[in-house]
Write a protein that binds this ligand. Sequence first.
Ligand SMILES: Nc1ncnc2c1ncn2[C@@H]1O[C@H](COP(=O)(O)OP(=O)(O)OP(=O)(O)O)[C@@H](O)[C@H]1O
Length: 545
Amino acid sequence: MARRPLPRILSTGSAQFARSRDLARTQFARGRELARTASDSASDVLHPLITITRGLRRLAAAGRRKWAEAPKEKRGPLLFMAASVILVVALVPYGPLLAVITLMAAAAWQGRDRGPAEPDGPDESQTERLRSLYEALVPYFSAAEDPAPLYTHGGEWEKALPEYEFDATGRIGRLLVRYPAYFTDGEAQARARIEHLLTTKSGRGREYRCDWDEEGNELTVTALAPLPTDIAAQRFVTAPGETVLGFTDPTGVQRTLPLTHGARQRDVPPVVWRTGIRSTEPHLLVMGQPGSGTSTLLRSVALQALQHGDVVIVEGGSTGEYACLTGRDGVLAVECGLAGAVASVEWAATETERRLIAVNRARQAGNPPPEDTRRPLWVLLDRPTVFSHLAAADGRRDPQALLQVPLRHGRAANVTVVVAEQWDAMEALSDAVRQHTRARVVLGPATADQLRSALGAPPDTTVVTGAPAGRGYARLGTGPVHRLQVPATPDPYDDATSDAHRQAVLELLPERTTPLEAAPPARLEKAPQGEPEPVPADAVVAETS
Ligand SMILES: Nc1ncnc2c1ncn2[C@@H]1O[C@H](COP(=O)(O)OP(=O)(O)OP(=O)(O)O)[C@@H](O)[C@H]1O
């Protein structure tokens, strides 16, 4: 169909309108510029007047204060003395003129700006610190053949360290380091040496971010504020399908979450993990050494998952850290024994297949996915490799092998797998677990190699020793590595848990709907019994990661 031209009046009218709008915008900008210039000039001209007025106000206030403080019996003589002075001034030749000049001078003196003078440059101890840092860098940033070295012993540190900030404790907060172009800043080892030297000299016990600008031959070292460790478990303001793994630096993410902290509210930047059909990292692997907080993170994830979904928990550590969840609404099983663990994971695999088949049939019939495939199902496994060893010894099926189906097809079936494991058992994790858990968290102390192997990339911050429990790093797929602090979500049945934290967790637990005596696997009934039907080919294609 041919397009009809716009009516002439409309096309010309809109062009005129656009022109006049541009003109108005230009005039407005020019007007604003003029106003700014005028106000700058006016404040320059009026500055003495403003100072004198301020001084007169201060003098008047001081006079009023003196008058108010003076005892009543002294006020009469004071008034008499003031009147005599005025009379003498009035009678003396040029007296009034001299009095006005004196008053103005006093007002100008009183009205001057009294802000603390900014110190110009570093003080003595700061200079000493910067000079010693410079001296320490000389062997790394100098070469015998350099005709005009930037770094020489006793050289000009001001040129090499042009920008610096000190914090309230007198330690370096931020430092810009210039280095010669021949320094091998592309080599990880050379960089690591400089980073180690700078961070130890700037103060141990803090974390630093090192930004290398290879083009400009500059390195910026920034001391990072510690992440908040006092955030307790609570209902986070998130959308369905979003799970808060913990909290990070404001520079790392573009979002903040309003949190209740005691009686106060504060906004903190979170690391949010998205699960479900559109997720590119549908499953999570958490690594750490014993006591680093991996079970705490799984408990935090379970409490968030229970808001919209069902949860199956398999605990290899057999420490009973998830007992508080047993029998709660939405908790389908909490298993600590091998038989129960195998039964639960087997059920999860069958349920995944059932969902896939149902979704596929509905799609082929042109219908939306059935209601009973939409509720998210979470399979949380704390130290599953323990069961792998037991299963091998007992001649049973390895729960990790059964996990393959939920891991491979879980995204399309709304099934999410979370695995927590300790470093010494990393090799015992199955290939499927390693391949399909593209969201990663590392908690507690870890070597550079461990961090690289778990996260796929090193963090761009220095690693600090003695970090608090629940501190670590998170990486979602191929995204950046974030520093992470997991919210305190302790076991409420642990005697060592503080009352405030225990109460916070208890408030998040769903109602207990199943008596504790009921055998948990009896709740796993949704999946049909017997051999599952084969998974249709196009349901498998739905998995892209
Ligand atoms: N994010 C956190 N905030 C505050 N305390 C934490 C945090 N994470 C863990 N903790 C504390 O650290 C201790 C160990 O935590 P957790 O049991 O979760 O570690 P784990 O890695 O599972 O170790 P294990 O497997 O040996 O139990 C607990 O006392 C717990 O309260």
